[in-house]
Structure formats: structure tokens, C-alpha cells
Design a protein around this ligand. Structure first.
Ligand code: ADP
Length: 332
């Protein structure tokens, strides 16, 4: 293989830049030409390619977003769209593609590889919703962003005796809520994978009040409450039932941005390096991931077949640490 191209597609995620840098520099080390494709599959269809060198990716490892920009591209879902993409790649003598993105990006890449073009996919999405891998690039930074926000919200909530209901991203996957709820010391988390009982949550809040605790934190994943305005609805219910003031905050797009955490930069470096080595060695369809701290790859088609297994163990740890431990020897 003498040349490859790299693109980012779908939702952007912190750490994508670290990954682009790793792809470019690993490819150059293997004496390949490497092109950056602007705006994901849209740029691929339009031929928006720029040859990259070492310095094209200087000083980007610490930056959020993606220097290659991203897009959603309906045309790529059609055979004609993908045929146009193949013609563009052929015109530049590009022999392989590295696609960084989420589930949709992988679906597009899978179809392109089935048309005979070598593709390696790298998981980049803050939602951590690609079940074949333990982690995706961007998830850890998003959790840290939520924790920073929680710290600030909890300071002011404690001053006013208030319940804080914080809505985080995760339409179908409650990982951001689960991880940030555990790490942020939340009283309760409301996630799509588990049912919840508002009366139980209120009972905990009232018990905490009896013990003198002034602030309480409830984390809600955006997809977990039926209808719109999940956190707002929960805050209203809590106020009605407990009589304690409850405020809702929706963190929204702040969770996508920011300088990537050490973990996400590390994942970007490892995945980028590994994807280039894999495609260079002749593998025509690969999804790169990490399991038990080991980087691996499998065919994209197989990676897409995995169903999310909810981390019951972690959820049980959360429940244990939030339970009111009032055994007969308890002091308070
Ligand atoms: P993400 O990759 O973050 O999940 P999207 O779901 O928006 O984001 O997917 C990104 C792009 O991948 C889409 O805009 C489209 O170009 C392509 N894509 C998504 N689903 C398919 C599909 N079923 N077939 C072909 N291409 C797809």
C-alpha cells in the first residue's frame, strides 16, 4: 500500500485530532502518502482531499473537535454516492481509508469495504455506544466535562439547600450518566437501561435532609425520561413530592467540546497507529477497539453486530455506595 486517506464523520469527539495525528505520522513512517479528507463522507464524494505531512498535524493533540471537520452525508447511503467516492479515491491513487466516527460512520465504511475498497474504522463518539469496544475516543473527556460542571452546580446547590438535576448526553446509552453519576457522587441516576421510581428518589432526598445534607444530585441521561425536557420534568416532580427546591441543568453540547483527557489522547494515538498498521498489513475491513486494555481489530461487519451489554457490576457499585447504610451498628 502506497497511500491512504483519513476522515472524521458523524458527531465530533475530543481526541479525534490526536487520532488524526497518529494516523498521519504512522503512515508517513511507513513511507505512504497520506491525505486528509475534509467534512467526512461529503468531502469524500466531492474529492476534498489535502495531502498531509508531519507538520500538518503539529500541535493538534491537545485540541478538541476535529481539524478535518465532520458532516452528515445522506448521499453516501446510496450506491451512486459511494461509487462517486470510489472514483475520487482512484483519481488520487489512494488505496485505503481510515474512518473515525460512530455507528453510522461504521455502517457507511462497511458498505464501502464490501465494494472492494480497504477500510479501517476507529471508534470516535462521546456516547461510548459501540459495544464491540470497551471505550470510544471522546467518552472519557465527556465524563470529565460533566464532573467539572457537577462541581460547580453542587457548590451553589449546597449554599441554597437545593436538589440539582443534571441532564447529560446518551440517548440510548446511559454510560455518560452512569460513569459521571458514580464519579460525581450522585444520589440517583436515571438511565435508558434501567427503570426508575421517582418516589424512591424523593425518599432518599428526604432522608438526606433529615441527616442534614443540603444538596442532592440527580443525573438524567437525555433519552431516559419519556417526552421532552427530561431533567426539567424530574425536577418539577421532585419539588412537588418533597417540597424542596429543585433546579435542572441540561449540559448539552458543552459535553462534546474541550481539550481531550489523557485517556482520550492515549486512545487516539493507539487506535490511529494500530489502524494504519492493520490496513497496511493487507486487512481489507477492520474495526479497531480496546478490550481489557488491549487494542485489537475485527471485521467492521462483525463489530456492528454487537449488542450493548449494560455494566451491571458498575451499576451495583453505584447502588451500594448510594444506599443509606443503616445496619444496627450504624452511628448515624
Ligand atoms: P455517527 O458516525 O457519529 O454515528 P451518523 O449516524 O450521522 O454519525 O453517521 C455519519 C455518516 O455515516 C452519515 O451522515 C452517513 O453519511 C453515513 N452513514 C450512516 N448510516 C449509514 C448507512 N446505513 N449506510 C451508509 N452510510 C451511512
Amino acid at each position: 500500500m502506497n497511500s491512504l486517506a483519513v476522515l472524521t464523520s458523524g458527531g465530533d469527539a475530543p481526541g479525534m485530532n490526536a487520532c488524526i495525528r497518529a494516523v498521519v505520522r504512522t503512515a508517513l513512517t511507513l513511507s505512504m502518502k497520506v491525505y486528509g479528507i475534509d467534512r467526512g463522507y461529503t468531502g469524500l464524494i466531492e474529492g476534498d482531499f489535502t495531502e498531509m505531512d508531519r507538520s500538518s498535524v503539529s500541535d493538534i493533540i491537545r485540541r478538541g473537535g476535529t481539524i478535518l471537520h465532520t458532516s452528515r452525508c445522506e448521499e453516501f447511503k446510496t450506491v451512486e454516492g459511494r461509487e462517486k467516492a470510489l472514483k475520487r479515491l482512484a483519481a488520487y491513487n489512494i488505496e485505503g481509508l481510515i474512518a473515525i466516527g460512530g455507528d453510522g460512520t461504521f455502517r457507511g465504511a462497511d458498505l464501502l469495504s464490501k465494494m472492494g475498497f480497504p477500510v479501517s474504522c476507529i471508534p470516535g463518539t462521546i456516547d461510548n455506544d459501540l459495544p464491540y469496544t470497551d471505550y470510544t475516543i471522546g467518552f472519557d473527556t465527556a465524563v470529565n466535562t460533566v464532573l467539572e460542571a457537577i462541581n460547580k452546580i453542587a457548590d451553589t446547590a449546597g449554599s441554597h439547600e437545593r436538589v440539582s438535576v443534571v441532564e447529560v448526553m446518551g440517548r440510548k446509552c446511559g454510560d455518560i450518566a452512569l460513569f459521571s453519576g458514580l464519579d460525581g457522587g450522585a444520589e440517583a441516576i436515571i438511565i435508558p437501561e434501567k427503570s426508575y421510581d421517582i418516589n424512591n428518589i424523593c425518599k432518599t432526598i428526604l432522608e438526606n435532609k433529615k441527616k442534614g445534607r443540603l444538596n442532592n444530585l440527580i443525573i438524567v441521561a437525555e433519552g431516559a425520561v419519556e417526552g421532552d425536557g427530561g431533567a426539567k420534568k424530574i425536577a418539577e416532580q421532585i419539588e412537588d413530592i418533597t417540597g424542596i427546591e429543585a433546579r435542572s441543568t441540561t449540559l448539552g453540547y458543552t459535553q462534546r467540546g474541550g481539550s481531550p483527557s489523557g485517556k482520550d489522547r492515549g486512545l487516539g494515538c493507539k487506535f490511529g497507529y494500530y489502524a494504519v498498521q492493520t490496513i497496511y498489513s493487507g486487512v481489507t475491513s477492520s474495526a479497531v477497539g480496546i478490550k481489557n486494555n488491549k487494542v485489537f481489530h475485527m471485521p467492521i461487519e462483525d463489530a456492528l453486530k454487537y449488542e450493548k451489554v449494560f455494566d451491571e457490576e458498575l451499576y451495583n457499585i453505584f447502588l451500594t455506595l448510594t444506599k443509606n447504610q443503616e445496619g444496627k451498628n450504624a452511628k448515624n
